[in-house]
Design a protein around this ligand. Sequence first.
Ligand code: C5P
Length: 311
Amino acid sequence: MATYPAPAKINLFLHVTGRRDDGYHLLQTAFQFIDFEDSLEIDVTDVDEVLRLEGADYVDADEDLAVRAAWALKRLTGCRRGARIKVHKEIPAGAGLGGGSSDAATVLVALNELWDTGLDEHALAKLGLDQGADVPVFVHGFAAFAQGVGDELTPYTWPERHGLLVVSPVHVSTPRVFADAQLTRNTPAITIRDLEKASVGNDLQPVARRLFPTVGEALDILSGIEEFETPRMSGSGGGVFAFDTLRYDSGRLEHLARELDGRLNGNTVAKQQTRPRGSASADGCERWTVRPFKTLNRSTLHERVFGASIR
Ligand code: C5P
């Protein structure tokens, strides 16, 4: 079986600028990838079926976006070949880090090669959009300014920064956050030229914070660390991140992460390390996730597996 990475993303900011007639929200956001990823083992069979051999036990195989993406590609292309997929989850679900969407995109990009179904990047991204608004950015694999429902992408290069990521033990429901009556839905649109100087934030953050108090706890913890920029929530939450303003010091960030992990999880680091990959706690509902991270302008899938272009 070949192994493919499925990296997480963060939203550097996220504004809700309107709502479509179908209820979906119009956004402006900035995506960057981070060096935190799921990995998928995929091989091809001559049997017309898609099997998930391993995966998160909090999602049924039929509901797993990785499996649904494979079926969607089969349906669109009429491909009669099959696939066996192992999904090793590291990215917590319900964290605004795009884990499920990234798994789906990795399956689309990998199987399009392995099955030789010949879709171009644009067609794959369009197919991915049916699986979720965040899938296209993972299919394209470049950091981007995004509009529409998050699918109209303009490649954009931000500085690659280091910081700390904290995900509290709660699965934040994206539909619940978007449906909240108190959500601000009329933030004025900015242009790509305004990006550097505009004052930006995450409009979903106050709602997620009120509905899921541990999101506020995570924001407060990161606010209290000296030399960090103001923390921000990613996507619909509950993952939060803060950039370090110091010159990169991996030792300092790792030390901070270990200390915080011990404080939040009761020094159960040894237990975490022996946890089987893909076990229940990977959904972020039992433990806090605390880790140093670096942002990336290219997806590790594209960098490591497909080189500069997927085509
Ligand atoms: O696309 P995704 O599966 O992430 O969206 C989950 C839910 O979040 C949607 O069904 C919708 O209720 C809400 N959503 C939204 N506007 C967006 C993205 C998501 O209202 N741009």
